[in-house]
Design a protein around this ligand. Structure first.
Ligand SMILES: Nc1ncnc2c1ncn2[C@@H]1O[C@H](COP(=O)(O)OP(=O)(O)OP(=O)(O)O)[C@@H](O)[C@H]1O
Ligand SMILES: [Mg+2]
Length: 799
């Protein structure tokens, strides 16, 4: 590589970043806050090493998501063409390693990787085989415990049940049986990928030593989120040759629930005493106002080393906090502001991210964005591969790739229907277990099995013949295999048999799978094939489907957003029980982890940030008053812009509102049974409260905008946008003078009132009290409407 290029590699870096990039031998810990260039340092460091003449195949960089690995690979393509360094997730790294050395851990090279659903099937079988009483524990609970053991690097041999512990007693039977079944099926679950590698290295010292030497330079990004098994793997591969560089931010550790251990990073200096510690203190991502909010929030964590975030970026707009009457309002308003900003040419769709704690929160935003004609992508990469039809086809492929795969066999033996029922399956299972053979082998033997009738046996044998025939057709490319499966099994015809809309959608998904296989074949001319394809499909992660360049609004969980950045971020559903998650609220450590999760969310934002919450949320069948997330009270509220629905109407300050909500007695679980019956036009109240627009109404700093933004694509259809804009304008006008607003005390039967949409009407009845105070109003335009006064934005008519 030319000297100029080497210089270029270092030019775009600050002093400590340069130090980290130029450090080559010996352990290094890059400890730094979000947006300080940790990931950038890793990429530049690899390119710099290659420029220094280090063979690229000696370099391994482990990232937390496939997406991060892809990005790194793409950046490296530009920085150092022709590089052979290995970049990927822990799981992919282990999966590759295991393919080479499968036999050393009792597997074959063509092993299957089971997803959660498949693993659960095996676990249920293991529980049944163990013949123990597990009635107090669900399969999920037992599965979590098994996963926990594996994440902590505890193999079957190492597991010592605690005397008197009921769960341990169950595990002592189920865990070995589960592993035995996996082994018999030549399959592994996700956790096994790591655990088997750790075992492999532990039990084969010579191999360990040679791999330690081979992977001379290792890097781990997001080290704070490694679990015990990952830690052990790293330790085993960096024992003799300790050229290990890790980056991490203890404040962003968010995978404790999956066994990540913060001590891995805190103890790094103990583990590698010769470590060079580099601290990066400058944040390049966010505005000053966003960083102050992040900083003040995370200061509430007790278990942390204090470090502040500094940036030379501009002050930026104040961070917003909005309380919406309902989730529908929240979704409508967020979509509305995004649509408006795009329409005004101020932003593109891809500038926005909507972040939430759990996936179910995305639905209402999908709905409103669709209504506004704003293109969006929801990051839920697993979803595609979890669809029934996709899982069916993939199961056929698994069976062709790994004939021992009993989960795959059981899934497809009667799909499409071949009149092979449950009873037959149970008989085959018994035969397989008694003879320690796979299901396919048991099927092959069915003539010898006197529990199976001849007619059924013939059907089973023709399935076996089908699989044998398809297996013979497996070549280097995956796409023809899928086509053959679809044609010869009759699956496609079976799928569309009933001609329903849904059937065609499913057929469309299957086509998509064919296209994906085609792409895979094209991208992997040398190193493709069915095994690799299945590995890729099994290890797909949420962010894999993310197209960072495409012009879409991105919706994802805060967990998935780790490492990413967006100009404008909405963090929605900030309510206790959602964030912090209801599972965590009883435990201080877990609440701290939830706080770190919000910290991760906040620090994804470059320019604009809005938090929102709802006063009510529909959960478990009815509307409940939603309590604001406790974290909102920890933010520097005096410097934020706070919008509320209720407080403006009642003339309260934000603090008054907070006190009211805090004082609300939710312990007796009052809920709004009658709410669904009430016609409340909630969006008006929300629009009135916020002016209908958030980012969009801000006088924006144009300096950060690329001139290419001038050709921003305005969504073609936005039916509700125009309505909502009028609604918002109207509501804004309507709310202009708070003195005009009608407070519950002013209401009485016979009074004339004005509603933003329905016009003037007369109160004909009043029911309920306080927060439930509801007026029935007759509007000449629309007839009778029941309106909950606490949420409404009624006013006295002007004249
Ligand atoms: N020296 C620099 N000059 C200009 N931009 C920089 C510099 N260092 C980093 N950046 C930019 O700052 C942003 C954040 O960098 P990066 O994603 O590497 O941070 P990080 O520390 O990995 O953040 P996180 O903790 O969120 O993963 C990126 O857009 C990156 O290109
Ligand atoms: Mg990063």
């Amino acid at each position: 590589m030319a000297v100029e290029t080497q210089q270029e590699l270092l030019d775009g870096l600050n002093e400590p970043q340069r130090t980290a990039v130029q450090h080559i031998d010996g352990p290094m810990l890059i400890l730094a806050g979000p947006g300080s260039g940790k990931t950038r340092v890793i990429t530049h460091r690899i390119a710099h090493m290659i420029a220094q003449g280090i063979p690229s195949w000696q370099i391994v960089a482990l990232t937390f998501t496939n997406k991060a690995a892809d990005e790194m690979r793409n950046r490296l393509k530009k920085l150092s063409p022709g590089n052979l360094s290995w970049t990927g997730t822990f799981h992919r790294f282990c999966s590759r390693l295991l393919r080479h050395y499968a036999t050393l851990v009792g597997l074959q090279e063509n092993y299957s990787i089971y997803d959660m659903k498949d693993s659960k099937k095996v676990l249920k079988q293991a529980i049944a085989n163990a013949e123990i009483d597990v009635k107090h524990f669900s399969a999920d609970k037992i599965g979590n415990e098994v996963s926990n053991l594996k994440n902590h690097g505890v193999s079957v041999e190492q597991f010592i049940p605690r005397p008197g512990n009921v769960m341990d007693k169950i595990l002592s039977k189920v865990y070995p049986e589960y592993q035995k079944l996996l082994q018999m099926a030549n399959g592994v679950d996700f956790d096994d990928l790591l655990l088997h590698c750790v075992d492999l290295l532990r039990n084969n010292p010579e191999l360990r030593e040679s791999l330690d030497l081979k992977y001379t330079y290792m890097m781990v990004d997001e080290y704070q989120d490694t679990n015990r098994a990952q830690y052990q793997l790293i330790r085993l591969l960096n024992h003799n040759v300790q050229n290990l560089a890790v980056t991490g931010d203890p404040d962003q550790s968010i995978y404790g629930w999956r066994g990540a251990n913060l001590n891995n990073i805190l103890d790094f200096e103990k583990d590698y005493p010769k470590v060079q510690v580099v601290r990066l203190e400058e944040n390049y991502r966010s505005t000053k106002s966003i960083l102050r909010v992040a900083d003040q929030l995370i200061e509430n964590n007790v278990r942390r080393k204090k470090k502040s975030l500094i940036t030379q970026n501009e002050e930026g707009n104040a961070v917003k906090l909005v309380a919406f009457p309902s989730p529908q309002d929240e979704a409508a308003d967020v979509a509305d502001s995004i649509a408006l900003a795009i329409q005004k040419g101020k932003r593109r769709a891809k500038d926005f991210a909507i972040l939430y704690r759990t996936n179910w929160l995305s639905r209402s935003f999908e709905h409103t964005l669709r209504q506004c004609g704003v293109p969006y992508q929801v990051l839920n990469g697993h979803e595609f591969y979890q669809r029934k039809e996709i899982k069916d086809i993939i199961a056929y492929l698994h069976l062709l790739n790994n004939p021992d795969d009993s989960v795959a066999f059981e899934r497809v033996v009667n799909v499409p229907s071949r009149k092979i029922g449950k009873v037959t399956l149970t008989r085959l299972q018994r035969h397989a277990r008694e003879n320690s053979v796979s299901m396919l082998a048991a099927a092959r033997d069915c003539e010898q099995n006197d529990t199976i009738k001849k007619a059924v046996g013939n059907r089973i044998l023709s399935f076996v013949e089908l699989i044998d025939r398809l297996s013979k057709q497996v070549g280097d490319e995956v796409e023809p295999v899928i086509r053959n499966v679809l044609a010869e099994t009759g699956y496609r015809d079976w799928l569309t048999e009933d001609g329903s809309e849904e059937a065609y959608e499913r057929a469309g998904n299957v086509d998509e799978l064919v296209v994906a296989a085609q792409e895979f074949d094209n991208e992997h001319p040398e190193d493709g094939g069915l095994g690799r394809y299945l590995e890729q499909a099994a290890l797909v992660s949420d962010t894999d489907v993310w197209e960072s360049d495409a012009d879409y609004v991105t919706m994802m969980t805060m967990h998935a957003a780790k490492g990413l950045e967006f100009p404008c971020v909405y963090i929605v559903g900030l309510e206790d029980g959602i964030l912090p998650h209801e599972r965590s609220t009883g435990n201080d450590d877990e609440v701290e982890e939830e706080r770190r999760l919000l910290f991760v969310g906040i620090t994804r934002a470059e320019k604009e940030l809005q938090f929102s919450r709802c006063l009510n949320r529909f959960r478990r069948g009815s509307y409940w008053p939603a309590i604001p997330s406790r974290f909102l009270m920890e933010l520097p509220r005096d410097e934020m812009e706070i919008f509320g629905a209720q407080h403006q109407q009642a003339g309260m300050t934000a603090e008054d509102l907070q006190r009211t909500i805090d004082a609300m007695d939710i312990s007796n679980e009052t809920h709004y049974e009658d709410l669904p019956a009430i016609d409340i036009n909630l969006s008006d109240a929300a629009n009135a409260a916020t002016g209908g627009t958030l980012f969009a109404t801000e006088a924006e700093d144009e300096s950060d905008r690329d001139s290419s933004d001038a050709d921003v694509q305005v969504p073609k259809t936005k039916p509700s946008l125009s309505n909502m804009m009028t609604g918002a304008e109207l509501a804004k006008q309507h709310a202009a003078n708070p003195a005009d607003r009608l407070t519950p005390e002013k209401c009485e039967v016979g009074l004339e009132v004005e509603h933003v949409e329905y016009g003037i009407g007369k109160i004909i009845a009043m029911t309920g009290a306080e927060r439930k105070l509801t007026a029935t109003i007759n509007f000449p335009k629309v007839g009778n409407k029941r309106i909950r006064l606490a949420f409404s934005n009624l006013r006295l008519p002007k004249n």
